[in-house]
Structures are given as structure tokens and as C-alpha cells.
Design a protein around this ligand. Sequence first.
Ligand SMILES: NC(=O)c1ccc[n+]([C@@H]2O[C@H](COP(=O)([O-])OP(=O)(O)OC[C@H]3O[C@@H](n4cnc5c(N)ncnc54)[C@H](O)[C@@H]3O)[C@@H](O)[C@H]2O)c1
Length: 357
Amino acid sequence: MFKVCIIGSGMIAKSAHIPAYKTYSDYFSIVGIFDVNKQAAEEVALEFGIENVYTDAETMLKEQKPDLVSVCAPNMFHKAYTLLALNYGANVLCEKPLAFTYADAKEMFDLANEKGKTLMACQSLRFLPERLAVYEQVKNGNVGEVYYAELSRIRRRGIPTWGKFHLKEFSGGGALVDIGVHGIDSAIWLMGNPKPVSATASMNKVHANELGSAKSSGALKDNVTANTFNPDLMDVESFSSGTVKFENGAVLSFKVAWAANLKEENNIILAGQNCGIDMENANIYLGTDETKDLTVVPNGFNDEAFYGHFCLVKNMADVLKGADEPFVKPEETLNVTAILEAAYKSAEKGTEVKIDV
Ligand SMILES: NC(=O)c1ccc[n+]([C@@H]2O[C@H](COP(=O)([O-])OP(=O)(O)OC[C@H]3O[C@@H](n4cnc5c(N)ncnc54)[C@H](O)[C@@H]3O)[C@@H](O)[C@H]2O)c1
């Protein structure tokens, strides 16, 4: 039985992490929860029967000595809590984005290595059935080396209406680090994790006065209180587009939006030496002029809104038992972080930014 502590008791802790640990209660027991908002932590503790509520992370780690910590605080606190938990001897499942700079991500993985612990970024959307279906094709060698990929993650009116996602002080960035990070992670994974060498990107603020519902902006269980913030206060991007180049000559083009006057999309397109895949339309373009259907096997995501977290938690149990490797590998997350860092730098400078990692 592995002891788990939760840091941050908001939407993702109560919708995904805690229910996943409860589902795998043969392996995990949640022994403590901490939030700067004591009332929020107490409410979640009551709902899920968690005995110990803390207003200080270090006290919780010292007293409970957890085997695993879920870092579910806003983005800007991921690094500090991850380092703290590792230093107290815990393994860490940290929400995305793991970090904002390659150097920070490296420091986090280096400490995990030094302590002999596992640190995994919560890239839960790899487990969407259509992404796993593409992965099967890649794994079986059907796609061949990917020379071009395209990520389109477009919400029309999906600026998160809960939490502090719209404020740089808490979230560090907007659509790109929030939902784009999932797409870039999946693209990198499906491309076989080629080494990125440069990025060019732009960040735009789309004036979306009309906020969508909590559910349409990512709170899939609709269990949050929507803010009524003035979008003019938002100091992060709601639209981002760009291009990443890789050492092997491959290119990834992306467009990511919390809000855009465009059709909704959640697609990854791969062009490989053997075939191409259009994920959203479930098409495989063969090396002839034939087109085949991509077979997508439902995997339970429709029944459980945050099914990907359940898969990551199960994977973590297997990793801790020594029976498996982390599904999301450090070297993939390091490349994703390097790309995010270069994209924001490029947008700021207005030029292409070299990635040297
Ligand atoms: N993997 C996914 O699909 C997914 C989905 C949604 C959110 N997330 C990530 O989860 C994290 C939290 O998002 P959320 O939707 O739960 O937000 P939220 O606003 O609902 O919850 C954040 C919680 O953290 C607490 N908090 C704020 N500052 C803190 C601090 N310094 N120390 C400890 N706790 C603090 C807040 O009081 C709040 O209870 C973010 O990093 C977000 O990117 C991931």
C-alpha cells in the first residue's frame, strides 16, 4: 500500500487524482491533503474521507512521509512543490505543465534521479482512444519516420472560467501551457521524441468577452464555481501558433486556442514515410492512393471524464512496484518543456529561437 499526499485541492484534484487513487485503493491510501485555502481542502477531505488536512505542505510531508505526492496546485507552484516532495523522499505525479524552462525541468528530473524517485508529468490526454490508436500504428512501424506533424487544438469559447488560469502570476502562460502542452506532448510522443532544434511562435489575445461554460473550458465534471472575471484582466495568451523544427528534419506546426473565431478542433496529423494519419477524421493515408480507416477502440474515456488520470495513476502503481516504466518519460517532458520555453521566447522577440538541449 502506497501512502499518497495531495497538494492543491481544486478541480483536478477532486475530479481526477483523488477519484483515481480511490479506484486503485488496493495500491493507494490518501493520507493527507494540503491547500493554501484551508476551507477548500477541508471540503474535499470531507467529500472523499481524507483524514488529515494541512495548511502547510512541509508539515504534511514531514508527518505523513508519503510514497507519492500529487502536485495539483496552479502551474507556477509545480516546481517548488515537486522539489520539496522529492526532498522528503516521495515520488511525484505533477500536473502539467511540469515547468516553464528546460533548466527547471532538468533540475526537477535530476533531483528525482539523485533521490532514486520517479517524477512524471501528468500528460493524461495521451490516453484518449484516438491518440492510443495512432500510437499503435506508430509502435507497429506502420507510419515510419514522421517528417511533418500538425497540432490543432481549438476551443471557440473555452477560456477556463474557474481558478486563476487567466493570470500569469498563477498560470505562467495561457492556452499554450494549459491545453497546448497536452497536444505538443502527444505530438512529440507520436513522432518518436525527435530532438527539437528551433521554434517560431506567436501569442495573441483574442478578445472573447463571452466566456464559455465551466465544462466547455475543461472542468469536465462541471463541479466548479465559474469566475465572472473580466477578460480584459487576462494577461496571458488565448491563441498561439507556431512551428517547431527537429534535428531529423521533421517539422511540427501548431495552433492552440482557448478562444478563437474558428471551428472547434482537437486534431493531430502525422505525415510519415510509410503513411499519414489524420487522427480526428480517423483516416490513414497509405503509400498508394488508398485511404484506410483508423480503428479507434473506446477505452472508457466516455464513462470517466478524466480517464487519462486513472491510467497514469495505475501506471504509477506499477512503476512503484517495479513492474513498469513511467508512461510519460523524462526525456519527452524535457523536450516538451524546451519547446514551450522557446515558443514564448520567440513570441517575445519576434524571431526564431534556437533550442540547444
Ligand atoms: N491534466 C489535465 O488534464 C489537467 C486539467 C485541469 C487542470 N490541470 C492542472 O492542474 C493544476 C490545478 O488546476 P485546477 O483546475 O485544479 O485549478 P483550481 O484553481 O481548481 O485548483 C487549484 C487549487 O490550488 C490551490 N492553490 C493556489 N495556490 C496554492 C499554493 N501556493 N499552494 C497550494 N495550493 C494552492 C487553490 O486554492 C486551489 O484549491 C494546474 O496546473 C492545471 O494546469 C490539469
